[in-house]
Write a protein that binds this ligand. Structure first.
Ligand SMILES: NC(=O)c1ccc[n+]([C@@H]2O[C@H](COP(=O)([O-])OP(=O)(O)OC[C@H]3O[C@@H](n4cnc5c(N)ncnc54)[C@H](OP(=O)(O)O)[C@@H]3O)[C@@H](O)[C@H]2O)c1
Length: 277
């Protein structure tokens, strides 16, 4: 039986990665943060010494507002951890983000120059730079994620549902500037499973995966509202710039992934939401 170590296995994406690998017959090691603090090099060494066949790194601080002015623990998680995991020489799928781009030149191919606008993007770009030349490492960039979660506030998409429900009929302002392609964690997890036999064994470097539909948060809200029994009129378009800068449109080209013949077709946004809300 093949074994996979899912770092960040209790998170939004990691929990789905652990689930699909388990369902596919892999032995899954997905320690929670409480079980293993991955900013502790000794904890990382211990997990790697168990000798998994594959490592999938979903552990990160991915909230841009919390990454500004990052202290050493955060840099350890977002930058050093991928380096440490890669050093083990075991095939590694490392998750990264469309925020390595400035959003002014979409669509982005996998070899487009990185130009992050905020600290989160800079940390993820630094991690990519540290591991991308290694033949056993596959970097998978994804954009804004949503999927099954304990709390709607766990993703930047379903938080819109939480805000609408909490407002009890009152208006909720939603960004109507930035173009996003919400991406279903169940699709990403199936994509990682499809790549698993090839990751670091023929396929390495940067790949992109993305949902297929472009929309602003405001347009997401209009789809979400009726699914949770709210009036779409509660959604109010907001054009105020965020305190921490975000890219305008980082649409990721999946051309390189499609060429492998392994691309998992994304679930339509409304159908995926219906499985989550
Ligand atoms: N979510 C998005 O919209 C999005 C968009 C683009 C790219 N990504 C990338 O996708 C990957 C997965 O993101 P996600 O949305 O699944 O993030 P998430 O839900 O915040 O999950 C992060 C995971 O990391 C764990 N973790 C955090 N600090 C840790 C520590 N010191 N020791 C051990 N575990 C720790 C968390 O455990 P606890 O919860 O127990 O702390 C959690 O399991 C990340 O690389 C992220 O940058 C995410």
């Amino acid at each position: 039986m093949k074994t996979v170590l899912v770092a960040g296995g209790s998170g939004l994406l990691g929990s789905q990665v652990a689930k699909v690998f388990q369902e596919a017959g892999w032995a899954v090691r997905a320690p929670s943060h409480a079980e293993a603090d991955l900013t502790d090099p000794k904890a990382v060494e211990g997990l790697v010494a168990e000798g998994p066949d594959l490592i999938v790194n979903c552990a990160a601080q991915r909230r841009p507002d919390l990454c500004e002015g990052a202290g050493p623990a955060l840099l350890e998680l977002n930058v050093r951890l991928p380096e440490r995991l890669a050093r083990a020489g075991i095939p590694l799928v490392h998750l990264s983000t469309d925020y390595v781009f400035d959003g002014a030149g979409a669509p982005y191919e996998t070899d487009a120059p990185r130009r992050p606008l905020n600290a989160y993007g800079r940390q993820k770009a630094a991690a990519e730079e540290a591991v991308e030349g290694l033949g056993h490492v596959l970097i998978l960039r994804v954009p804004i994620l949503f999927g099954p979660c304990r709390d709607w506030r766990d993703s930047a998409v379903t938080v819109l549902a939480a805000n609408l429900a909490a407002a009890k009929g009152a208006a909720v302002r939603m960004d109507d500037v930035a173009i996003r392609r919400p991406t279903f964690t169940c699709d990403v997890a199936r994509q990682i499973l499809a790549l698993a036999p090839h990751a670091g064994r023929g396929l390495s470097g940067v790949f992109h995966y993305t949902g297929g539909e472009a929309m602003t948060k405001f347009l997401m809200g209009l789809t979400i509202a009726p699914l949770i029994g709210c009036d779409p009129a509660q959604c109010v378009p907001d054009r105020t710039p965020p305190a921490v800068p975000r890219p305008y449109d980082c649409t990721l080209s999946v051309r390189r992934l499609a060429r492998t013949g392994l691309l998992v077709p994304p679930t339509p946004f409304a159908a995926a939401l219906a499985r989550v809300l």
